[in-house]
Design a protein around this ligand. Sequence first.
Ligand code: NAD
Ligand code: UDP
Length: 345
Amino acid sequence: MKKTALVTGGAGFLGSHLCERLLADGYRVVALDNLYTGSRANLVTFADNPDFSFIEADVTTLPVPTPQPLNLTFTEIYNLACPASPVHYQARPIFTTLTSIKGVLFCLALARRDGAKLLHASTSEVYGDALVHPQDEHYWGNVNTIGIRSCYDEGKRVAEALVADHIREHDVDARMVRIFNTYGPRMHPHDGRVVSNFIMQALRDEDITIYGDGTQTRSFQYCDDLINAFRAYMELPKDRVRAFAAEHGLGAPVINTGNPGEYTIRELAEKTLALLPGSKSRLVSRPLPGDDPKQRRPDITLAKELLGWEPRIPLDDGLARTIDYFKSVALESGRQPSTATDGHR
Ligand code: NAD
Ligand code: UDP
């Protein structure tokens, strides 16, 4: 009997990679998505697989407990539904917070109903504009409750609290991953995040938009490395992930995933141009958006110890693969970005 997985946000950048991997691992996969930032184009390579099905639905409007057609029994649930790019989550901030909260409640209810394992996609944004560096799982964060990033950050923080309380109150078999900036093929060309913006701008000879002075840092993880961590974490039994969290003084099972290589945004722009030497783009400055974190790098000690995992794809390789994707798909299919507006908030 095949295992059945639900992936909310399954038509998104990361969700589609996860669906593809689960199908390769022999699962029946149901992707649920409202196509806000995701797209059916992300599903084409496996949409015809008889083990795959897609449900177009919005987690903010789904009743809990769930109706048809989700009257399937799930073995594993991966909760990825939520716009992740600042441009898109800030365009619909109330919807973003509600997506985090209602989406995780929906997944927790399903997990309780089916006795399923749940992996919740949290984020490095729970650390906010961090005052400790690098960020480890014990850090409680420095988050503005009323700023333009709060809809995302606080929604994700409440979602973590809901997962932790469902573990304590209802013994749900849940675990959480705090994802640091992750990039790769199938990011939408209009996505607005820095990697896709810079590549698309360089490919189209447009100005490369550096917000602020470009000295803020990020650590960039290639998508395949993240999916490997997801799968390894989900494979572990409940007792193991709980005991590990308790040994490390964490109130609930949570790990960071990311690539600890740390780069300034200006360095990322220079790397992108070095990989596209024919580009005529120039680096230009744009205003720094509010509450933009200054320095971010994951401490991945716990993920290494628990999963025997570490990221394998260096930034140059991952960027080259992502550039190939944007060249072959985004430009040719006419999914053209208008980076002047995407990149400028
Ligand atoms: P994405 O925007 O490509 O994917 C999110 C998906 O969720 C999209 O397909 C979107 O249509 C869907 N969605 C949004 N709201 C929904 C709703 N109300 N109902 C149903 N579907 C909805 O972004 P991504 O980078 O693939 O992110 C996936 C998850 O990983 C998100 O939860 C995000 O917060 C988390 N994450 C990603 C990163 C990263 O760097 N990529 C970092 C931290 C956390
Ligand atoms: N950024 C930039 N130019 C862009 C897009 C983003 O300089 O065209 C900066 C942004 O201000 C932030 C960093 O790049 O400091 C990462 O931004 P992104 O939106 O990718 O993700 P974040 O980590 O901020 O959520």
